[in-house]
Design a binder for this molecule. Structure first.
Ligand SMILES: Nc1nc2c(ncn2[C@@H]2O[C@H](COP(=O)(O)OP(=O)(O)OP(=O)(O)O)[C@@H](O)[C@H]2O)c(=O)[nH]1
Ligand SMILES: [Mg+2]
Length: 450
């Protein structure tokens, strides 16, 4: 399992609404009372929230399926079902949310506390008490709860870390991150030990920042050699670069200044990193002669205007000074950045023509009705209950669906699809699609009631 994840597919599912209840008030030795079925509860939402204490998407890599609670069913005696609990998922600042299928950016979450309702819970169904009217005194049905939204999204970290450690393989980048933070990356004396960046959270006084230990860089990386582009893609998303230089290497042709120049040449060939501040860390000062070498080359770096730290990731020598210097950098860089205003609450726009609906003539004998309301009503209807179907027919008529079908040229017996052609609800249309044409027996006398 990787220690670091900057991109993850998340499957979210909001809670379904609870079904409404059909019930009739009863007391001993008294005739049947009025309808008293309660409403179903609302399904919980799935919400993303920017949390300053969350630095990675690792949790979602481990558990990519997240679901909010369903609403509870309504009950007799006018008891409404409880709403389903929301699920709030903490994400790092600068998380970009994309539709996993189309790649379309849904939202760019910036600023602590910014919330985004990614999947909306379904409405609860009304109970028969709420459905009663003068015309329909004792409805023998209730509405079904609606399903909650379900979708797959891609979460992507815009910035990987505040600081990127760059350097040759085996320079001690992973050792340094382990010495600075609680991260425990793999450390070994062969090149390319690190294949995926490790992320460490470092504290320097009041400043908390992240350091990414990226895979080792070799000549030709900018042309894709070694872990080339993959590596550089990560560096690009860090605000600062720290060169980690091995002062104890015995490899021919290598010395601190040459190593630095080779890495710089690769960074330049890659481009896009010119403005990034840099710092130099001379590592392995515990090895005999390495300390002397470090002191020898220090002026060369300082002449180029670079801050230099001689350290040992092994013995932790020099780490305090380094940590505080990095912290100061980070604090200054953050202060220089424009303040990121929390975007407050963002709700995923839904396609609604709220009151509207459209009738489309597919052919002489087939018509399609689409629209938020009619489609929602279909989902709320218990088709095993004739009375509920009758109620649906009344609603459709009142909305004017009937009239529009006539205008579109529908005649008796035509097929009408409500919703999509793939999974919409199909019925044979009768010009006066009143409840009576669909169900048997007078309304309010459903024998299944009670
Ligand atoms: N003596 C000494 N050895 C060190 C020091 N820092 C790292 N090493 C050793 O150097 C080797 C490489 O260390 P890593 O931290 O894995 O190096 P890296 O830069 O992450 O290497 P890649 O992931 O391959 O790019 C290991 O054997 C470490 O124990 C140090 O300060 N002193
Ligand atoms: Mg490493």
């Amino acid at each position: 399992m990787p220690d670091f994840v900057d991109q993850v597919i998340l499957h979210v599912r909001a809670g379904d609404g609870g079904n409404g209840c059909a019930s009739v008030h009863r007391e001993k030795f008294k005739p049947l009372g009025g309808p008293d079925g309660g409403n179903g509860g609302r399904g919980g939402d799935v919400i993303l929230e920017v949390d300053p204490n969350t630095a990675t998407l690792l949790d979602y890599h481990r558990r990519p399926h997240r679901k909010a609670e369903n609403g509870k069913q309504g009950q007799g005696s006018n008891r409404d079902g409880a709403n389903g609990g929301d699920v709030v998922l903490p994400v790092p600042n600068g998380t970009v949310v994309k539709d996993a299928e189309t790649g379309e950016v849904l939202v760019d979450l910036v600023g602590a506390g910014t919330r985004y309702v990614i999947a909306k819970g379904g409405h609860g169904g009304l109970g028969n008490a709420a459905l009663a009217s003068t015309k329909r005194k004792a409805p023998g049905f209730a509405l079904l709860g609606e399903p909650g939204d379900g979708l797959d999204v891609m979460l992507e970290l815009k910035s990987v870390a505040d600081v990127a450690l760059v350097g040759f393989p085996s320079a001690g980048k992973s050792s340094l991150i382990a010495a600075l933070s609680a991260a425990r990356p793999k450390i070994a004396d062969y090149p390319f030990t690190t294949l995926i960046p490790n992320l460490g959270v470092v504290t320097a006084g009041d400043t908390v920042f992240t350091v990414a230990d990226v895979p080792g860089l070799i000549p030709g990386a900018s042309q894709g050699k070694g872990l080339g582009h993959e590596f550089l893609r990560h560096v690009e998303r860090c605000d600062m670069l720290v060169h980690v230089i091995d002062c104890a290497t015995m490899e021919p042709g290598r010395d601190p200044v040459t190593d630095f120049e080779v890495i710089e040449a690769e960074l330049q060939a890659y481009g896009k990193l010119e403005g990034r501040p840099r710092m130099v860390v001379l590592n392995k000062a515990d090895v005999p002669d390495a300390q002397e070498l470090a002191e020898l080359v220090r002026p060369e770096f300082e002449e180029r205007g670079l801050q230099v730290f001689t350290i040992s990731a092994a013995t932790h020598a020099g780490l305090r000074e380094l940590t505080y210097a990095m912290g100061e950098w980070v604090a200054a860089a953050r202060a220089a950045k424009p303040v990121e205003e929390p975007t407050r609450l963002v709700i995923r726009p839904r396609q609604l023509g709220e009151s509207g609906f459209t009738v489309r003539k597919v052919n002489d004998n087939l018509f399609q009705v689409t629209g938020e309301k009619p489609e929602r009503w279909i989902r709320q209807t218990d088709f095993t209950n004739d009375e509920a179907v009758g109620y649906l027919a009344d609603r459709l008529e009142r909305l004017g669906v009937e009239e529009e079908l006539v205008k579109a040229g529908a005649t008796a017996g035509a097929e009408v699809v409500i919703g999509s052609m793939e999974d919409g609800y199909i019925f044979d249309w009768q010009p006066t699609l009143s409840a009576e044409s669909v169900h048997q027996g007078p309304r309010g006398t459903d024998s299944r009631l009670g």
